[in-house]
Design a protein around this ligand. Structure first.
Ligand code: HAM
Length: 425
């Protein structure tokens, strides 16, 4: 029997894990600059939370949720539990009964796995990581600007440049409902030309048709902008004016509606121009809190896919600064130097010097051969003579010089050596 990973999941091997870690450090630093604090919500959530917020007719709720059952689940009495497909609804659920509400606006970020039963392909997984931000408590358009500039700052800090920001306003529910009625009418006229999925979407979720990958050439369809109120138009205009002032390039896409039901007014996406994948997506969701029975809490946020970000960085051949070298690797010349090496390595590590040694009982010659594969700054060689003299031989792996050092002086010697090594790299 073969044990393979579930479809649409990814094993994160050490090199990839290091990339993620260095990415996370950069993201956290930017969060500090923008004064966002971390929130961690459960991976398990009630199914109803997403029905109520993301929407019953959205793809996520309709066909992409992973239902969790335990051995004793009683479907008649227990609420349905799912693996969270996104985190915005969870964040709003959490703050609705927390002390955070006392100090608005609340600026939060999260980083963690999400789950969607999608058809796996490049940049699309069933388990993927999202980094997301949510700013709750203000409907000032300058917060919309802050959220967009934050997304752009992240991409630029990572040296990504080949992307396109698309923005749109989908107005309030009232404006949108008016538009939806006209849209349904227009779509019914061309129903026979639409793909099978979209034909059934006309009544259930007509906005989603604007986003269809097959029916891309929709002509003579009403434009949502014609159904926005003057105030909604002005708000969208203000956002465009400040983006222009900031010299942030954007495209207006009146067909950008997003696949989640909770949005209103500003929605936006940032696409990677190299591979066409959406890196960042978000928008305003002023009604979500009251929909969940909480207080009126205008809000806006976005999420970015970590796997897509890493793919973008790799495809743009942006170098990762993660070639962290081990400080020291201990080579044992004789069998009885192994115990000695083991105590020494404990001592080095306790003094913040990263170290490793051979645990496979390789003969001395093989350990030396293996040294080239080990990315280390110093090799420490111990034999019988060194044990008797209470010394070790230290070899600088860059300039290949070596020196006999008293074991007592080793920590200071290495600390100085590491500083010089780093300075000269
Ligand atoms: P979303 O558009 O569903 O929005 O997902 C946001 C981002 O997550 C996408 O742009 C993409 O980068 C990544 N993503 C989504 N699905 C997958 C997948 N199957 N595999 C890999 N990456 C994926 C939301 O989730 C909203 N909660 C965003 C938001 C936050 N809106 C307001 N606040």
């Amino acid at each position: 029997m073969q044990y393979i990973k579930p479809r649409g999941t990814k094993d994160i091997l050490p090199e990839d894990a290091e990339k993620r870690f260095s990415l996370e450090i950069i993201l956290r630093k930017i969060m500090t600059n923008y004064n966002f604090k971390e929130i961690i919500t459960p991976i398990l959530e009630n199914y109803d939370l997403f029905v109520r917020t993301v929407g019953n007719d959205s793809d996520i709720v309709n066909k992409e949720m992973f239902l969790v059952k335990n051995m004793k689940s009683d479907e008649n009495t227990e609420p349905k539990i799912v693996l969270r497909p996104e985190a915005t609804a969870s964040v709003v659920r959490t703050i609705n009964d927390s002390k955070l509400l006392m100090n608005l606006p609340i600026k939060l970020f999260y980083y963690g796995p999400m789950f969607r039963y999608e058809r796996p392909q490049a940049g699309r997984y069933r388990q993927f990581y999202q980094f997301g931000v949510e700013s709750l408590g203000s409907n000032n358009y300058l917060i919309d600007i802050e959220i967009i500039t934050l997304a752009i700052t992240i991409l630029k800090t990572l040296n990504l440049t080949n992307f396109t920001l698309k923005i749109n306003s989908i107005g309030s529910t009232i404006s949108r409902n008016k538009y939806i009625e006209v849209l349904k009418n227009d779509l019914n006229k061309i129903k026979s030309n639409l793909c099978n999925d979209c034909q059934t979407r006309i009544n259930k979720n007509p906005l989603r048709i604007l986003d269809c990958k097959i029916d891309t050439n929709l002509k003579n369809i009403a434009n949502i902008h014609d159904y926005l109120t003057e105030q909604e138009k002005e708000n969208f205009n203000n956002i465009k004016i400040v983006l222009n002032q900031l010299n942030i390039k954007y495209e207006i896409d009146s067909k950008l509606v997003r696949g989640l039901d909770y949005y209103n007014d500003l929605v936006f996406e940032i696409k990677d121009n190299n591979n066409g994948l959406t890196l960042v997506a978000g928008g305003r969701y002023d009604q979500l809190s009251s929909q969940l029975g909480g207080k009126d809490l205008p809000a806006i946020g976005f999420a970015m896919g970590i796997e897509r970000l890493i793919l973008a960085l790799d495809q743009a051949e942006i170098l990762w600064h993660i070639t962290k070298k081990l400080d020291a690797y201990i080579i044992c010349m004789s069998e009885n130097s192994r115990n000695y090496a083991s105590s020494l390595i404990y001592h080095l590590r306790n003094n913040q010097i990263s170290a490793n040694m051979d645990y496979l009982n390789r003969p001395f010659k093989k350990q030396i051969e293996n040294l080239d594969k080990i990315n280390c700054k110093f090799a420490i060689i111990i034999g019988q003579k060194e044990i008797e003299n209470k010394t070790v031989m230290v070899k600088n792996q860059k300039d290949k010089t070596q020196e006999e050092v008293l074991t007592l002086d080793l920590i200071n010697y290495l600390k100085e050596g590491i500083k010089k090594y780093v300075k000269n790299s």
